[in-house]
Design a protein around this ligand. Sequence first.
Ligand code: FMN
Length: 207
Amino acid sequence: MCMNVHANIKNMKIFAIQGSPNKKGSTAHLLENYLKGVREIHPEAEIQEVFLQNRNIGYCRGCQACKSGKSKRCVFKDDIYDLYQDFEEADVFVIASPIYWYDVSGQTKVFIDRLYGSDFNNMHPNKQIVLLTSYAGKTIEEAGINSAISIIERFADFFGAQFKQKYMVGTSSKEYYDSPVKNNKIALKEVYELGKQLRLEETKSFH
Ligand SMILES: Cc1cc2nc3c(=O)[nH]c(=O)nc-3n(C[C@H](O)[C@H](O)[C@H](O)COP(=O)(O)O)c2cc1C
């Protein structure tokens, strides 16, 4: 019984993007603690994290070559090229992004745009999508979280994936921008617990 669970978990892949330019900011702390929770329950899981700010990932040029050519891949071989396979093979795709102008950050959006260069013939019915986000607005409405969530929901739908988990935390206080997540013990604990709830064993690998 135990052996079956471990054999299954061993093949599970988690691919996470960190879409804030702040390497040690609130979003980074959310992702770090979420993955800590995942690792605790699923030590065999293969986890890959990509800090988008340090990658050379250019804008989608809308040339449609990925859709009309033989390669079924983006023809621009910058840093995203090797990441297509990681995205496609991932059982869990974690998007960690701050809210920028009522949406995910530009870094995150450019990455998502470039996933247009992934092969649309292969849907991802077993892939789980997770969104971790921090924002400064005083309320969810003011922060514009709902529009960001709606975009990720539709992104998941498009790939036939399941939008499984989300965690949102405000970083504003009386003094604006004065409560980074690293000092928010409740948020750190909650997102860690969310990571522990990830049910990798329920996911079937499509590759
Ligand atoms: C360009 C920019 C746009 C932002 N837009 C929003 C916004 O629309 N709603 C909001 O609540 N916070 C907004 N913020 C605040 C960030 O979401 C917030 O400070 C977040 O916690 C930063 O995360 P980080 O520490 O990981 O960079 C914005 C910040 C920047 C720099």
